[in-house]
Design a protein around this ligand. Structure first.
Ligand SMILES: Nc1ncnc2c1ncn2[C@@H]1O[C@H](COP(=O)(O)OP(=O)(O)OP(=O)(O)O)[C@@H](O)[C@H]1O
Length: 238
């Protein structure tokens, strides 16, 4: 279980994460949604120990961030990532998998095949499209076989077929591991509505309604509501 207690983070006196406390169960899929700049990536960076909180505690299966054991339990798929262009996809995948004791090398060819990357795995990454880079990252994340996968906007920019495939794979493996996805895509919430959390004002709250109710809630919120009225006034009747 991932337990977060009283976590806070400021950047230049601006409070981004504000005394946030929450828990994530050991299995299943959690989707985190929130406006641009609301602090989702900041939170993930602290969970993955890339960023130090100002205060608060993060405990993962009774381990503290920083330890080797803690790191080996999480695979992080960040929203913007650098891949070494001079390596082939296969070389890169094997390099990353070699860093995890949990890696399931046998699963890699199957995943690459499912994601139509069997041919391309032998080409250098510099020749990959944006979607191909994401696919190799996703295949590696799953084959690394860690207890937790944390994915920041990983489905954005992928074609429909691939999104469906990846969602199915995530669903299938989530009975044994925890997957936390930050997403701006409505279809991610439609597919995984069980545990949706809203990042608002530096903290996370569970949203218990349906995806339609979430859309309605977001539209009714103060700022967006005012902007929607403004759109009606200025664009529909001009
Ligand atoms: N290293 C940094 N230095 C200063 N400010 C930062 C830094 N990193 C993030 N911020 C600020 O913290 C806030 C939250 O950023 P963050 O990237 O966590 O948001 P986000 O919810 O992931 O946004 P998005 O949906 O656009 O990816 C923003 O106001 C951002 O400008």
């Amino acid at each position: 279980m991932l337990e977060i207690k009283n976590l806070s983070k400021k950047f230049k006196q601006q409070v981004i994460i504000d005394n946030l406390s929450t828990n994530f169960s050991q299995t299943g899929i959690t989707v985190i949604v929130g406006t641009n700049g609301s602090g989702k990536t900041t939170l993930l960076n602290m969970i993955t120990n890339l960023l130090q909180p100002d205060s608060g505690q993060i405990v993962l299966d009774e381990l503290n961030p920083g330890s080797r054991e803690y790191k080996s339990k999480i695979f992080y798929l960040p929203s913007d990532f650098y891949l070494p262009g001079y390596m082939t996809g296969k070389e890169y995948a094997h390099f990353v998998l070699s860093r995890y004791d949990t890696s399931n090398y046998n699963q890699l060819p199957k995943l690459l095949n499912l994601l139509d990357m069997t041919q391309s795995q032998n080409k250098t990454i510099e020749s990959y499209s944006f979607g191909m880079k994401k696919k190799i990252q996703i295949a590696v994340a799953i084959a690394a076989n860690t207890d937790y996968i944390i994915a920041d906007e990983i489905l954005g920019g992928l074609d429909f077929d691939t999104v469906i495939l990846v969602q199915e794979i995530f669903d299938a493996i989530s009975n044994k591991k925890k997957i936390i996805i930050v997403s701006h895509e409505r279809n991610t919430i439609d597919r995984f509505p069980e545990d949706v959390r809203l990042m608002r004002k530096g903290t996370l709250t569970s949203f218990t309604g349906s995806p339609d109710e979430l859309t309605k809630f977001i539209k009714q919120e103060g700022v967006l509501h005012d902007k929607l009225i403004e759109i009606q006034k200025h664009f529909m009747h001009s």
